[in-house]
Write a protein that binds this ligand. Structure first.
Ligand code: OSB
Ligand code: MG
Length: 367
C-alpha cells in the first residue's frame, strides 16, 4: 500500500457531564482524528492525547506537530499497518502520535483486506463486559446518584477517580449504598506518594478489585514497596509505556494488574504485545480508555475481546460521554458492547456528525 497523505482533523466534543480527575476537570474532549489516504483506500485513526500535557507528556498540538514534521513524512513508499511504528523508530517517544498513525494505516490495510480489527488482534469474543470510570464529584450524594445511574444502565464494574481528600469516604459510601457485590476499583492518576502507604491501606477493608496508578509514572520501585503495605492489588496505567516496561513492572512486583491503553503505548500492536506479556505472567489485564469517540472505541472494544483481557475495561457506551458520537453510537446491551465485525474498525464516521464537531483540518501530503 502507498500513502497519498494524511488528513489531521481537530475535533471538539462536548462531554455530557464534566469529568474531574486528580489532574483536572474536562468539559470538552479536544482531540485529533487522522484519515490516512492510500492507493488501496482510506483508514481512520484517533489520537488520545489531551489538549494539555496533564495525563502524560503528550498533548494535542504536540502530536499534530510531530505528525506533520516527522512521522507522516517518514511513511514514503510501501507501507502497511505492521511496518508503521518500526519505520518511526528513530523518532523518540511520541507514542500517542505514533499510535494514531499506526491505527489509521492499519484500518486502511484491514479494510482493503476485508479483515476486522478484532480478528487481526486475536479477539476470542464477540462482546465484552463494560465498566465505567466515574469522576470526582462535589459531594457524596452526587457521587451516589451517578454510580446508581450507571449501575441501573447495566455497567458491570465501577471505577472511582480518587485523590487525597476524596478516597476512603467515597469508597465507603458506595459500598454502604450498593453493597459488597459490586465490582469496584479506584484510579488515583499518580496523586499519592509512597509516604501515603498507610493511608492507602485504609482502602483494604473495602475489597476493591484494584488501585490504579497511585504513584508517579516513573516510580516503579515505589509501587513495589507500596504493594508490600497495601493488600488491594496495584494496577499500573501511566507507568506502562511498552511491552518491555510492562515486563519490568511485573518482574519488580510493581503491579498485579495492567491497564492496557493503545494510545499510551504506541499502538494496538504494542498493546497486543503487552497483553501477551501479561497473559504469559498470569497477570490480569483490561483495556483502558481516554474518552474516545466511536472511532477509538471500536478498536478498544476489539482489544478488550482478547482472551487475556480478563477484567471489564473502561470501554463504556457512547452516551456515557457524548450526546452525539461521530460514528453510530456504541450502545450497552446487558452490560456489554458488541465487538464490530466489519472490515477494519467496522465503523465509519458519519459525515454530518463529524462536520458538526470539526474545528479545522490539515492535509499532510506525502512526497
Ligand atoms: O486514567 O484511566 C485514566 C480518562 C482520561 C485520561 C485518563 C484516564 C481516563 C479515564 C476514563 O479513567 C476512561 C474512559 O472511560 O475512557
Ligand atoms: Mg488511569
Amino acid at each position: 500500500m502507498k500513502l497519498d497523505g494524511v488528513e489531521l482533523r481537530w475535533v471538539e466534543m462536548p462531554l455530557r457531564s464534566p469529568f474531574r480527575t486528580s489532574f483536572g476537570t474536562q468539559t470538552v474532549r479536544q482531540l485529533l482524528l487522522l484519515r490516512a489516504v492510500a492507493d488501496e483506500g482510506e483508514g481512520w485513526g484517533e489520537c488520545v492525547a489531551m489538549s494539555e500535557p496533564v495525563y502524560s507528556s503528550e498533548y494535542q498540538e504536540g502530536c499534530a506537530d510531530v505528525l506533520r514534521r516527522y512521522l507522516v513524512p517518514a511513511l514514503t513508499g510501501e507501507v502497511d499497518g505492521i511496518s508503521v511504528v518500526p519505520r518511526l523508530k528513530k523518532y523518540y517517544g511520541h507514542r500517542m502520535a505514533k499510535a494514531a498513525l499506526e491505527m489509521a494505516v492499519l484500518d486502511a490495510e484491514l479494510r482493503a483486506r476485508g479483515v476486522s480489527f478484532g480478528r487481526e488482534l486475536g479477539a476470542t469474543r464477540d462482546r465484552v463486559p463494560c465498566g465505567v470510570s466515574v469522576g470526582i464529584m462535589n459531594s457524596i450524594p452526587e457521587l451516589l446518584d451517578a454510580v446508581g445511574g450507571y449501575l441501573g444502565e447495566g455497567y458491570v464494574r465501577i471505577k472511582l477517580k480518587i485523590e487525597p481528600g476524596w478516597d476512603v469516604e467515597p469508597v465507603r459510601a458506595v459500598r454502604e449504598r450498593f453493597g459488597d457485590e459490586v465490582l469496584l476499583q479506584v484510579d488515583a492518576n499518580t496523586a499519592y506518594a509512597l509516604a501515603d502507604a498507610r493511608h492507602l491501606a485504609r482502602l483494604d477493608p473495602f475489597d476493591l478489585l484494584l488501585i490504579e496508578q497511585p504513584l508517579d509514572e516513573e516510580e516503579l520501585l515505589a509501587h513495589a514497596e507500596l504493594a508490600k503495605v497495601v493488600q488491594t492489588p496495584i494496577c499500573l496505567d501511566e507507568s506502562i509505556t511498552s511491552a518491555s516496561s510492562a515486563a519490568d513492572a511485573i518482574r519488580l512486583g510493581a503491579c498485579q494488574i495492567v491497564n492496557i491503553k493503545p494510545g499510551r503505548v504506541g499502538g494496538y500492536l504494542e498493546a497486543r504485545r503487552i497483553h501477551d506479556v501479561c497473559a504469559a505472567n498470569n497477570i490480569a489485564a483490561w483495556c483502558g480508555g481516554m474518552l474516545e469517540t466511536g472511532i477509538g472505541r471500536a478498536a478498544n472494544v476489539a482489544l478488550a475481546a482478547l482472551p487475556g483481557c480478563t477484567l471489564p475495561g473502561d470501554t463504556s457506551a457512547s452516551d456515557r460521554y457524548y450526546k452525539l458520537d461521530v460514528t453510530e453510537p456504541f450502545v450497552l446491551d446487558d452490560g456489554h458492547l458488541t465487538v464490530p465485525a466489519g472490515p477494519g474498525l467496522g465503523v465509519t464516521p458519519l459525515p454530518e456528525a463529524l462536520e458538526e464537531v470539526t474545528v479545522k483540518t490539515e492535509w499532510i501530503p506525502l512526497a
